[in-house]
Design a protein around this ligand. Sequence first.
Ligand SMILES: [Fe+2]
Ligand SMILES: [Fe+2]
Length: 163
Amino acid sequence: MGRTEKRILGKNAAKIIEILKSAYCDEMRIFHYFWYVGINMEGIGLVTYAAALKTQATGELAHAELLADRIAELGDLAPSNPSEWAKYSTIGLLDPAKHLTLRAALERALQFEGKAVENYNNLAKKALTLGDYVTYNLATTILADEVKDEQHTEDILKSLEVK
Ligand SMILES: [Fe+2]
Ligand SMILES: [Fe+2]
C-alpha cells in the first residue's frame, strides 16, 4: 500500500481487504461455473447459448482481476488456494455439473447474480463509510455489471417461458 493511503485508511484497510477477498472467491467460483456450463451444456442450450456463457465467464474473471489488483494495492494477496474459495464465498454450494440445462443454469445464475448485486452494494456503502474511495469506485463499477448480469439472466429466463 502506498504510504499516503496507508496513513489515510489505517486499520480500516483490513476490513476492506476481508470483503474484497470474499468477493474474489465468489467471482472465481462464478467464473468457473459459467465456463464449465458453457463447455458441458446439455440440450438445446449447447447450440444456442453455450458461447454466451463463456463470454459471461470471462466477464466474471475480469471482476476477479480487478479485485485481486485492489487487494494487492492494499498490501495483501487474493486467496490463492482454490480449496479456500468455497470457505470465504457468500454464494453457497455451487457445482456446475448439477446445472447443465439452459434453464437450470440460468436459474442458479439468477440467485448468485442477485447476491452479487447485494454484495457490491454493501461493499460500496462500507467503502464510502470508511473513506476508501478507490474501493468505492471499484465496487460501483462492478455493481453496474452485476445489475446488468441479473437483468439479462432474468430476461433470458423469461424468454424461455412457453406462451
Ligand atoms: Fe462478477
Ligand atoms: Fe455477474
